[in-house]
Design a protein around this ligand. Structure first.
Ligand SMILES: *Cc1c(COP(=O)(O)O)cnc(C)c1O
Length: 397
């Protein structure tokens, strides 16, 4: 059993704040500052360039990839860290399209995060020759999977509503029609149990600054199924994905297995911060995280619906059908969220009308949910949000 009081004590949670936005940016593990300081002072400072060998910087992307693999049901040696999620989406898509050369269509849905759609759009423009991106409503994805598709590019958990796709069923259908399945785990990794191997997924990508708490700008990860590891062309053929980077060959030869999905120099300082978080994740079982997440989110829905009739639930009511966030709709959602933040409950707002609250059992417990719900009830009941200063939009919402 995961000891959640122990994991909670390992995070720095500022006084007077209930943090319900770990789905967007995880909080700082207490050990992160010392871990990063050690990398800066004892490694970068003292070892200088020898740190690449002596401190193991070069192995970090696969070492940490293996620790994340446990959380997403990936086989050892199939996950590597690097770049940002948008870049990894592009890389996975480009590799997948190349593996299915007689087909030209990518299928995604209109609930997907815009960056994934933008990256796909950019890729099909570069490829030309009839390549295209097709998007359908999330509920229509299954019916839209047919033998015209080269690749399905689906984000498992919807960033706005938290609605969760059936990874196993959609992957099986994609394979049945001869398409390659690419999954985005941005709101899944560390939020819900994922079984990439069991679902027979071809490629998956995700980020670490959300539920995995690597800090702002933390690197992404990419998964390639073992059956494709030695054949998938990495598409972004950088020197660190080369078979022998320090041979400095003029010709590109992809590296062995997942190593080929590396592109350039890894973000050593960010990976050090991520290591501090993975030490906490090593103490957690995803099944326990999921059970507690469903209990906390069910409780939150019940408390808010009882006290705030003007907020409309935008997330699936059935815990099994959603990720680890709860969203409510309100036309004044932006101002309400600003007021909540001013009153010590941090969530976020997604246009046009979504108030989003993330529930992260590693450091949020039932007491936090009850306290947050009481503050939300007060802000709504007394219309404390109805002030001009809460209606001024900031750059990041
Ligand atoms: C958060 C998120 C992103 C962000 O991509 P970055 O390149 O890391 O900024 C992309 N896709 C999805 C589905 C996300 O939820």
């Amino acid at each position: 059993m995961t000891d959640f009081s122990k994991t909670k004590a390992m995070f720095h949670l500022p006084e007077g704040v209930i943090y319900l936005d770990g789905n967007s940016l995880g909080p700082m593990p207490k050990a992160a500052s010392a871990r990063v300081a050690r990398t800066i002072e004892a490694e970068w400072g003292e070892m200088l360039i020898t740190g690449w060998n002596k401190a193991g910087w070069m192995e970090q992307p696969t070492k940490i990839g293996n620790r994340i693999a446990r959380l997403i049901g990936a086989e050892p040696g199939t996950v590597v860290m690097g770049d940002t999620l948008s870049i990894k989406v592009y890389q996975a898509l480009a590799s997948a399209l190349e593996m299915n050369p007689t087909r030209r269509v990518i299928l995604s849905d209109t609930g997907n995060f815009p960056s994934d759609l933008y990256m796909a759009d950019g890729l099909v423009r570069t490829l030309g020759h009839g390549y295209s991106l097709k998007t359908v409503a999330p509920e229509e994805v299954e019916a839209a999977i047919d033998e015209t598709l080269a690749v399905t590019m689906i984000t498992e958990v919807d960033y706005r509503t938290g609605r969760k796709h059936d990874m196993k069923a959609l992957t099986a259908k994609a394979h049945a029609v001869g398409a390659i399945a690419v999954w985005d785990l941005a709101h899944s990794a560390g939020a819900v149990p994922v079984d990439l191997a069991g679902c027979n997924v071809d490629f998956a990508v995700g980020c670490t600054y959300k539920y995995l708490n690597s800090g702002p700008g933390g690197p992404a990860f990419i998964y390639v199924a073992p059956r494709h590891a030695e054949t998938a062309r990495p598409a972004l053929s950088g020197w660190l994905g080369h078979e022998a980077p320090f041979a400095f060959d003029l010709a590109y030869r992809p590296g062995r297995g997942i190593e080929r999905m590396r592109v350039g120099t890894p973000p050593v300082l960010q990976l050090a911060a991520l290591e501090a978080s993975m030490d906490i994740w090593d103490m957690a079982e995803m099944a326990d995280v999921r059970a507690k997440s469903i209990a906390l989110t069910d409780l939150f829905i019940a408390l808010i619906e009882r006290s705030c009739p003007s907020l409309t639930l935008a997330s699936p009511r059935d815990g099994n059908g959603r990720g680890s966030q709860i969203s409510f709709r309100h036309a004044e959602g932006y101002a309400i969220m600003q007021a909540l933040i001013a009153h010590g409950v941090i969530g976020d707002f997604r246009a046009p009308d979504i108030l989003r609250f993330g529930f992260t059992p590693l450091y949020i417990d039932e007491g936090d949910v009850r306290a947050a719900a009481a503050i939300i009830a007060e802000v709504m009941g007394k219309a404390l949000w109805d002030r001009p200063e809460y209606k001024v939009r900031a750059r990041v919402t």
